[in-house]
Write a protein that binds this ligand. Sequence first.
Ligand SMILES: [Zn+2]
Length: 283
Amino acid sequence: MSASRVTQIAPASPATRITRIAPTPSGFLHLGNAVNFALISLLAARWDAQTVLRIDDMDSSRSRPEYVDDIFATLEWLEIPWTRGPRDRSEFERGFTMAARTDYYRSQLELLDASGLEIFACKCSRADLAATSGLLCAGDCRTAGHELVAGSTALRLRIPRGTVVRMNDSTIDLAEAHGDVVLWRRDGLPAYHLATVIEDRDLGVTDIVRGQDLLESSALHTWLAPHLGAENLARANFVHHALLTNEAGEKLSKSASAPDMRERTSSMRELVRSHAARLLPAS
Ligand SMILES: [Zn+2]
């Protein structure tokens, strides 16, 4: 008598779309951040997507508790819901801080190494780099076999020349845009690009909404994604929205005069919502 084997196949569930709100607690949020959150919220509703709140406090030297509190207060004031992630600063500090995952991010570098990308520790100082394009290693670090040591080397990735990514309606030459992109900073912290791709992979993100100043970063992330096992990110839908500017035409994120949102008035909230509605893509 042979035992029959029954394979149970779970009914296919419709694929869940996942987007994220990903602020950095390095200052009080300004109008541009608030509009980005509101736009993400509108698109998440349109897509029936889950929204994850991911606070990027990797650069702990710039992160402050009041900036984290400001993120939660702003989301509440804008009445923006999120499905996953911390509900307040206490939860964030207990279980969601990215600054505690440095060793984990570092372990993921092995995946890039194993996938055959050219990665090398670079000793070049800022002054050395300024003598070249500012993006490329200025010395012989690619062949020198330096160790990655906090305080003295950064880990860089040589993007093969001619690597081109099509994103939305743009063609981005990654080697030109990013040069020898830093994956691990000289100060011993993971670079933004590495930590972000790993987080977007682990959260299963399918839809990313960010300012158009990050278009070249998005192109890099989709190219890096398969090397880090992030197939979801390689296929992700990216929406890059126009940035708000002040009267002088400067981006709000770079403008010292950008007002923060701490007053949280109802008229400011209406302003945020009207900007977000204006930026909402037609489809
Ligand atoms: Zn170098």
